[in-house]
Design a protein around this ligand. Structure first.
Ligand code: GTP
Ligand code: MN
Ligand code: MN
Ligand code: MN
Ligand code: MN
Ligand code: MN
Length: 201
């Protein structure tokens, strides 16, 4: 990953930095697309208010809450379910890459990323709540989306999904997680990436 990595504790030593936490929630599933293509896993992302894809979560204030409490608060706002997230679910922390074209004197932003495996039933409950009772539904969050992990013969699926626009480092957080959690093989991800470059060109 291009942006500099640090441990959770190192990150918290920066008292003048802003902090944001996001999480990849996923489950196994036996569902089959068209009754024949195994979905294998449900991986949740969201369409944000700005039209970019990202993970649920948001800004956390370490003076008022732990990173994980803040993340759970954001999940209640954005998903309508206070999904508990713990320190053990932490994967990586890094500085947010500076946004091109913006000259900001504001303090640096540290991004914390978490992964949590759930039961399929819990993921389905989250999808229901996110589309109905969540305070941010239709506002900060336009909808939850599932990540297609397969690539179709015509280049659809993961390939096409990766060609969309993502917030911050969400696209690499997604790809790194798919590999680390063995949700997609390195070869299949390479094939999807080649396809997504074709789609883009
Ligand atoms: P407000 O309540 O409106 O402040 O939004 P929020 O607290 O939900 O914050 P948001 O989710 O927008 O995240 C804060 C910042 O983190 C964003 O401005 C992005 O720069 C960054 N960000 C948002 N989503 C992701 C993501 O999925 N991955 C990464 N790495 N960064 C993200
Ligand atoms: Mn958010
Ligand atoms: Mn939010
Ligand atoms: Mn925001
Ligand atoms: Mn917020
Ligand atoms: Mn908000």
């Amino acid at each position: 990953m291009a942006s500099s990595q640090m441990s959770r504790d190192e990150a918290l030593e920066c008292t003048c930095c802003r902090h944001a936490c996001h999480v990849l929630l996923y489950s196994e599933t036996a569902s089959q697309l068209f009754g024949r293509i195994p979905i294998r896993y449900i991986v949740l992302m969201q369409m944000r208010f700005d039209g970019l894809l990202g993970f649920p979560g948001g800004f956390v204030n370490p003076l008022e809450e732990t990173l994980e409490e803040g993340l759970t608060r954001e999940l209640l706002e954005e998903l309508g379910v206070a999904v508990p997230v713990s320190k053990e679910d932490h994967v990586e922390s890094c500085f947010s890459p500076p946004r091109s074209g913006t000259y900001s004197s504001s303090s640096r932003l540290i991004l914390h990323f978490y992964v949590k495996k759930m039961e399929e039933e819990q993921i389905r409950e989250i999808e229901k709540a996110a589309a109905s009772t969540a305070a941010d539904h239709g506002l900060e969050v336009l909808g939850m989306v599932r990540v297609p992990l397969y690539t179709t013969k015509s280049g659809g699926g993961l390939s096409c999904f990766l060609s969309h626009s993502f917030i911050g480092v969400a696209r690499s957080q997604l790809m790194n997680s798919l590999l680390r959690l063995h949700l997609v093989s390195p070869g299949d991800l390479q094939e999807a990436l080649r396809g997504s470059q074709r789609t883009h060109a």
